[in-house]
Design a protein around this ligand. Structure first.
Ligand SMILES: *Cc1c(COP(=O)(O)O)cnc(C)c1O
Length: 387
């Protein structure tokens, strides 16, 4: 076994060696600019981009023309929210989102709030599921966009995005979903989920950091978006800037692998997830799962341990890389807004950790981690009892 064991796959993942291999030539001999139309260097880069766009579209069951590259899902979320707000402000100034979104959705919404937009936050229950009745009630004649994530990065809860899309379509309101954590892990079919905009990223599924995309549905009347980055008019004028060809190629490969291997991999990861869950729940008293028990991302576990501070666990268990309730989604070490939104008390948030299993974890590692946590939690509690 190699230490530290990496169990923070919801934060980022190791680039799959097969992905890296496909990327490498685009740093060296195939270094062309995909926007150069006059020579073969450009043509080679352009055809690689086309192929990647095709592969990404295939995984989403979408049309390649519906895929727009960005620098990552943070930018995709900003483009979707700010771009729609700017284009539709004459129609209305109201946006509905949830309180458990990633900061890259919450913050652009907040900035729109400072500029005269009204933002409503749909309620979530204690498992993190959005209340559909509440959502219906929040949409009004001024609503231009609903943005609800497909699955949560901290607690793994999967939202009923198909039902949310139906509600939005029936009310003639655009629907955006941040599907970063769902891509390549659970079904994400743009024909089934009638979302208008879908944000995705490569680095959560064994691809490079700094590359993402926004799916924008082709429909009539066509969806209008105002760009947030202006320049040479790349990506049909929606996102200027020379494309990061190696990373786009890597993103394409990631999606091709996911399309072929997702089913097998999901069952393998679910086995390890269940194994670790059973291990901790049978070996440790007063531990419970945060988030939904069934509608949950494969590989995601988020636990709270009574009377055991997550920072203490992090300090004691240095040979396992995992994250605490205070640092799952942002660069700031603040108590998790997600755990707060599902009703956890401050001390329960401080006692929560996330373990996220991925492609490169092994059964042996899971066994080791199970033992390590069981022992450590017991030791910490015994010490508290003596003190
Ligand atoms: C990681 C993540 C993002 C941000 O993606 P980047 O590509 O790192 O900018 C957005 N939403 C969710 C749910 C994420 O997990």
């Amino acid at each position: 076994m190699k230490f530290p064991i990496y169990l923070d796959n919801n934060s980022t993942t190791q680039v799959d060696p097969r992905v890296l291999e496909e990327m490498l030539p685009f740093f060296s001999e195939r270094f062309g600019n995909s926007a150069s139309k006059q020579h073969s260097f450009g043509w080679i880069a352009e055809s690689a981009i086309d192929r990647a766009r095709q592969r990404i579209a295939s995984l989403l069951n979408a049309n390649p023309e519906e895929i727009f590259f960005t620098s990552g899902a943070t930018e995709s979320n900003n483009l979707a929210i700010l771009g729609i707000a700017q284009a539709y402000q004459s129609k209305g100034n109201h946006i509905v989102t949830s309180s458990i979104e990633h900061p890259s959705v919450l913050e652009p919404c907040k900035s729109l709030g400072d500029r005269g937009f009204k933002i409503s936050y749909v309620r979530v229950d204690e498992s993190g599921k959005v209340n559909l009745k509440d959502l219906k009630g929040l949409i009004n004649s001024k609503t231009i966009l609903v943005s609800i994530m497909a699955s949560n990065n901290e607690i793994g809860t999967i939202q009923p995005v198909d039902e949310i899309a139906k509600i939005c379509n029936a009310k003639n309101v655009l629907f955006h979903t941040d599907a970063v954590q769902s891509l390549g892990k659970v079904s994400l079919d743009a024909q089934k989920i009638q979302a208008d905009l879908i944000s995705i990223s490569a680095h959560k599924i064994y691809g490079p950091k700094g590359i993402g995309a926004l799916f924008i549905r082709k429909r009539k009347p066509s969806i209008q978006l105002k760009p947030i980055i202006h320049g040479g008019g790349h990506e049909k004028g929606l996102r200027s800037g020379t494309l990061n060809v190696p990373c786009v190629v890597g993103f394409g490969k990631v999606c091709e692998i996911a399309l072929n291997e997702m089913e097998n991999e999901t069952s393998k990861i679910k086995l390890m997830q269940n194994r670790l869950f059973d291990f901790l729940l049978s070996g440790i008293e007063d531990v419970s799962l945060n988030g939904h028990e069934i509608d949950r991302l494969p590989g995601n576990l988020n636990f709270k341990f009574k009377d055991v501070n997550a920072d203490l666990l992090l300090a004691e268990i240095k040979d396992v890389a995992f994250s605490s309730g205070s640092a799952c989604s942002s660069a700031k070490a603040e108590p998790s807004h997600v755990l707060k939104a599902i009703g956890l008390a401050k001390n329960e948030i401080q006692n929560s950790i996330r373990l996220s299993i991925g492609r490169f974890n092994t059964e042996d590692e899971i066994e080791y981690v199970g033992k390590r946590f069981t022992e450590t939690v017991k030791r910490i509690r015994d010490k508290i009892a003596i003190d």
